[in-house]
Design a protein around this ligand. Structure first.
Ligand code: ADP
Ligand code: MG
Ligand code: MG
Length: 891
């Protein structure tokens, strides 16, 4: 950096050195102050010291680069000229604010210092010049407080203490009730606090004040608060903060002055109305600080109609210019309006959708831009029921927000109780409350509107299942104590009986006693328009993971174009079927197993008919039985006794079988295709049910497209073995019915060996579906059910950037996926001359970043839970627009 290098950028008076796209150099605040000046919006003049100076400050061992000093001096002179006042001039002092501002907004990094330039003589001069002693000394005492606390580290509370004491003495409530003389006295007290805190007098030279304030802003960049904020928000790669020095304008000059903050549209609903607050006769952060209750911005129309009209004009101008909703700060000094800040406004998911749609419809932005404007994850809030915003909500406890949405229901303490309750009162909502859940609870979970558990984290059984079904769920609620025997619970010490109402908010983790009204999601209107816009750019198909016609229909409402994963095991947990399932598991021989399977087959067939009908010709991928069999048997003695009674066998037999099925590592044991190879009659029954269902639906005159998926393949031989059998069974069914149906046989790629040998497997498979839950589990060697014990520590120490079960690990697991796609496609083309259909069906199919990855590697579709279908649609559209550019891999 040479002497001629530009360190300082001026703005104001209708011109500026910088502009809006220079945020990296000038910070967001500085760049937009420059931009507003240029487009003719009234901005008090000032200058921005660049983020490069901040970087140099740290490189120099906390010294300002010498060459920057004369540039700051020159910029001050320019502001003095513009304002017709000089820093420290006793008869007419120029006052300035010193404001921090990095490229990304970092609230709370450093407080702004206002009224810099005041001293004993300057305050007196200002009082004389304005004829307003109160105003002058109010400014001075604020400066001593802000400079003292922000720059010198004196505890702000010590100043507050003096203010409160004086107000009490004068028996007044508001700061504004103190007189000029009171404030003069307060300044003396503040100076004493300052001296006690710093060991020296409050600096009387404004230049000393200014240089100290500039250094303080730079120091705040490496302050504890800023470092923490950047860590939490994962902000990296910024040079530093800029410093904005700007002439003061005064909102505290009387009843014709004021200050306010506003959004150009309603940030909660997105409605095209002006939204904000202001305070008459106030300065700086008074509006947000809650010192007095602010007025709604619409009242400004009556208080200061001229100013209001001008502000409405600026609102329109800013939106027209930035083509985005803006969050603005303004001050009125004696009837004259000044803008002090503008930036892109933060908003909720539903308002983001509405704003994008309305701006596109108005021709302000094109559709591509509109589609890029909405963060897919924020759609979550639109899709699920939420607490009625008009309801009074008083949480008694807060657990971990595991699956979003709100639900109210009557408390049941077990899956059995849920089933009984649902049978007796089919219309009543149920809240399943458990210490934790296990696969045995799924029937009860399915019936429940919401699920609350005392233990468990975001990857617990309850959380994963609830998320899959789009059911609100709160886990890890420490304040919950369950007494199942007594049929009651206590939450934070308050007793709740089974049958009483309980409400949970799975978006926040809040738990409320009683029934809080909830409101359903709005599927039409702006949302529908927006999704249609996104679909224009999307190239991947979106399917859903669904096990029942009800879920399938829900998913189609959300735009699903097929089923990517039907987990057949969920169909066996129905109270009636589980009996036959257990009979099958407990059978002594093949004949016994076949008899039980015969009883199950009609149910399976009916299930598939329902699914095919619901999907009406769209592809339906059905996975053959996957989980280890022990998951279908109870592990507690009362449960085992009940099974023995139902089946009319001794309990010992049940227990022996449980022991026999016990595996040290069930996730790596007898499951998936291994089950089908060991007990082929199970797979045979399922294939028959699938093909017969397809034939039945075809006979109704509807089209069907079943895809039979064989799970957990690691070698092509496993697949060949089962494929042969599948084809034989299907042939039999078709011969018997005298009708042909089309179907595909494919596999899940979820064992690393399958990805590594994808070329061999593709010679047999007609489609691949990446089961990235298991693939992640086996590639990392992380047990998905046990990660809560160490993944948080891994995230804290940055050993992992993200939980790989939430966002696909592009670097490692992704390499296997990419290899699987490439090798599989090439081999299938060579062998059969056809395109290998490839999709994903792990939880990652609903995660935007992972969806972008799937797009990049050329998948045909992603499949996710019904409630994430719109999120995946939007993520896929954005991925197509970015065309793979958004993916990051280590190195
Ligand atoms: P933050 O980044 O915390 O919003 P700002 O730098 O925007 O901090 O300053 C906070 C508030 O101080 C502003 O909203 C504005 O009301 C007030 N302020 C800052 N600079 C000036 C100024 N030159 N004149 C009057 N008020 C100012
Ligand atoms: Mg601000
Ligand atoms: Mg699996």
């Amino acid at each position: 950096m040479s002497d001629s290098y530009k360190y300082v950028y001026s703005f104001g008076g209708g011109r500026a050195d910088g502009k809006a796209d220079m945020k990296a150099l000038l910070g967001g605040k500085g760049a937009n102050l420059a931009e507003m000046s240029v487009i003719g919006i009234p901005v008090p003049p000032g200058f921005t010291i660049t983020t490069e100076v901040c970087a140099a400050y740290y490189e120099n061992g906390k010294e300002l680069p010498e060459a920057s000093r004369p540039q700051v001096e020159a910029a001050i002179a320019q502001v003095e000229k513009e304002m017709g006042a000089r820093l420290g001039d006793p008869s007419d002092p120029l006052l300035v604010s010193v404001r921090s501002g990095a490229a990304l907004s970092m609230p709370g990094m450093m407080n702004t210092i206002l009224n810099l330039g005041l001293s004993d003589v300057a305050a007196e001069g200002l009082a004389r010049k304005t004829g307003n002693v109160r105003f002058a000394y109010d400014g001075y005492r604020r400066l001593i407080d802000m400079f003292g606390s922000v720059v010198m580290g004196v505890d702000h509370e010590h100043f507050e203490h003096e203010l409160a004491a004086l107000k009490a003495q004068r028996k007044v409530k508001n700061d504004t009730d103190l007189s000029g003389d009171d404030l003069k006295l307060l300044v003396e007290k503040y100076k004493a606090v300052y001296k006690k805190g710093t060991g020296s007098d409050f600096p009387q030279d404004p230049k000393d004040q200014l240089w100290a304030a500039i250094m303080a802003v730079f120091n705040s960049w490496e302050g504890h608060k800023a470092i923490e904020y950047r860590r939490i928000e994962k902000i990296t790669g910024l040079k530093g903060t800029a410093v904005n020095v700007q002439a003061m304008v005064f909102g505290n000059m009387g009843e014709n002055s004021g200050t306010g903050v506003a959004f150009t549209r309603d940030p909660n609903t997105g409605e095209d109305v002006f939204y904000g607050d202001y305070l008459i006769n106030a300065q700086g952060e008074d509006v947000v600080a809650g010192i007095r209750t602010p007025e709604p911005i619409s009242r400004l129309d009556t208080d200061m109609p001229k100013v209001y009209e001008q502000l409405m004009g600026i609102r329109q101008k800013l939106e027209g210019h930035y083509k985005e909703m803006q969050d603005i700060e303004f001050t009125v000094q004696d009837g004259t309006l000044y803008m002090l800040q503008t930036r892109t406004g933060k908003r909720t998911g539903s308002s983001a959708v509405r704003i994008a749609v309305e701006m596109a419809e108005a021709g302000m932005i094109d559709e591509k831009t509109a589609v890029r404007r909405v963060n897919p994850d924020t759609l979550n809030h639109l899709l699920l029921p939420g607490l009625d915003p008009k309801a009074k909500v008083k949480p008694v406890a807060r657990g971990i927000a595991a699956s979003p949405g709100a639900a109210a229901g009557r408390v049941v303490l077990s899956a059995d109780a849920a089933i009984k309750h649902a049978a007796a009162h089919p219309d009543e909502p149920i809240m399943l409350v458990r210490k934790e859940t296990s696969p045995e609870d799924v029937a009860g979970m399915h019936l429940a509107k919401g699920i609350l558990t005392a233990t468990g984290g975001k990857a617990s059984h309850a959380a994963v299942v609830a998320r899959g079904w789009g059911k609100p769920c709160v886990v890890g609620c420490d304040a919950l104590v369950i007494d199942e025997k007594a049929g009651s619970i206590t939450i934070s010490g308050q007793a709740v009986k089974a049958g009483d109402f309980l409400t949970i908010d799975g978006t926040t983790g809040d738990v409320m006693i009683g029934k809080v009204p909830t409101v359903d999601a709005e599927m039409g209107g702006h949302f529908a328009t927006f999704m249609a816009m996104a679909d224009k750019f999307r190239t991947m198909k979106i399917r859903t993971n669904a096990d029942s016609p009800k879920d399938a229909l829900k998913a189609r409402e959300f735009g699903a174009e097929g089923i990517g994963l039907c987990r057949t095991e969920h169909m066996f947990f129905d109270p009636q079927r589980i009996v036959d399932m257990r009979k099958m598991i407990l059978a002594d021989d093949e004949a016994g197993r076949k008899a039980a399977l015969d009883a199950l087959e009609p149910y399976q067939r009916e299930d598939f008919i329902g699914l095919f009908e619901a999907m009406d010709g769209l592809p339906v991928t059905i996975r053959l039985l996957d989980p280890p069999l022990h998951e279908f048997l109870p592990h507690d003695e009362p449960g085992q006794a009940e099974v023995a009674r139902q089946l009319g066998i001794p309990i010992k037999k049940v227990q022996d079988r449980v022991t026999q099925l016990h595996e040290s590592n069930p996730m790596l044991g007898l499951r998936g295709c291994r089950l089908a190879i060991k007990f082929p009659e199970i797979a045979d029954m399922q294939v028959r049910a699938i093909i017969d269902a397809a034939i039945a639906v075809k006979k109704m005159g509807k089209s069907v497209l079943p895809e039979i998926m064989i799970p957990l393949i690691g070698t092509v031989e496993e697949l060949s073995f089962l494929k042969k059998r599948t084809i034989a069974v299907a042939k039999q069914c078709m011969a018997k019915a005298g009708t042909e149906v089309e179907y595909l046989i494919g596999t899940m790629i979820e064992v690393p060996r399958a990805a590594l040998t994808a070329d061999l497997i593709a010679e047999e498979a007609e489609f691949f579906s990446f089961g990235t839950n298991d693939l992640t589990q086996m590639t990392f060697g992380f047990s998905r059910d046990d990660i809560t014990s160490f993944v948080p520590a891994y995230l804290e120490h940055k050993i992992l950037k993200v939980d790989p079960f939430q966002t696909l690990d592009a670097t490692g697991v992704g390499l296997l996926v990419e290899m699987g796609v490439t090798k599989g496609r090439a081999a299938r083309k060579a062998k059969a001359g056809e395109h290998l259909k490839v999709g994903i069906c792990g939880e990652h199919g609903g995660d935007p970043e992972s969806v972008a990855f799937c797009h990049k590697v050329g998948m045909d579709y992603v499949s996710c839970s019904p409630f994430r279908v719109p999120i995946a649609r939007l993520a896929a559209a954005q991925a197509a627009l970015a065309d793979g550019k958004a993916i990051s891999r280590d190195r």
